[in-house]
Ligand binder design. Structure first.
Ligand SMILES: [Zn+2]
Ligand SMILES: [Zn+2]
Length: 233
């Protein structure tokens, strides 16, 4: 009986211990529950925050997508424009190339004709040079001939001059002979013998009269003092 009581007491004590343990567990559980609850609140807040940021991110993404679409559309437009530009550029380049080729051909033909003209001009120039040389030699010949003729003319002129001078001197002599007294050949004729009209200087006739050789020295005609007259030449 005693053992049985002891056993029951032991059981009661165990049950008390168990109860105490349960109470402490319950307290612990409550504490844990509170902390978990606060943690839950915190997590809910975080979740709300995350949700709101997720919403804003979604909005941003939507905006970004729209922007992207706009960019894509713009890019496509730009690409088509670029294609158009490339086509027109290619066409322009082709046109330019065509024009340049035509111009090049034109220039080449012009250059060719200019070259031909240059050759022709060179030939003409050579001909003209030859003509000029010919003309020069002709001119030299003519100059030489002219010099010769000039020399001849000068010789002839000097000869003529000499002849003329000689003639003039002869004439002067003749004139002197006519004007000067035929006796002394020194003084001019001043008087005339009226018998024969011969003229002499006065001193020669006076000497004739003084030495009584009263005959004209020119023709021998006798004359007297009264036959002698002064003349004015
Ligand atoms: Zn005389
Ligand atoms: Zn006389």
């Amino acid at each position: 009986m005693q053992t049985q009581n002891q056993h029951l007491l032991q059981q009661v004590a165990d049950r008390d211990d168990f109860n105490i343990k349960l109470v402490s567990d319950s307290v612990k559980m409550k504490q844990a529950y509170g902390s978990l609850l606060s943690e839950k609140h915190m997590l809910q807040k975080q979740l709300q925050h995350i949700n709101s940021s997720l919403e804003s991110s979604k909005l941003k993404i939507t905006g970004g997508e729209e922007q992207m679409k706009a960019y894509v559309a713009q890019a496509m437009k730009s690409s088509s424009e670029n294609r158009h530009l490339a086509i027109s550029l290619e066409r322009t380049m082709l046109e330019l190339s065509d024009t340049a080729e035509k111009e090049y051909k034109c220039l080449r033909s012009t250059a060719g004709s200019a070259e031909k003209e240059y050759e022709i001009n060179q030939k003409k120039l050579a001909e003209l040079k030859m003509e000029l040389e010919h003309e020069r030699s002709e001119r030299r010949k003519l100059e030489k001939e002219y010099e010769e003729v000039k020399n001849e003319v000068m010789e002839l002129t000097s000869e003529n001059e000499e002849t003329t001078v000689q003639k003039l001197q002869d004439e002067i002599k003749e004139c002197k002979a006519i004007l000067k007294c035929g006796v002394c050949f020194d003084r001019p004729k001043e008087v005339v013998i009226t018998k024969c009209f011969h003229l002499f200087c006065s001193p020669c006739i006076q000497r004739n009269l003084e030495i009584r050789h009263r005959k004209c020295p020119g023709c021998g005609t006798p004359f007297g003092q009264n036959d002698v007259r002064e003349v004015k030449i």
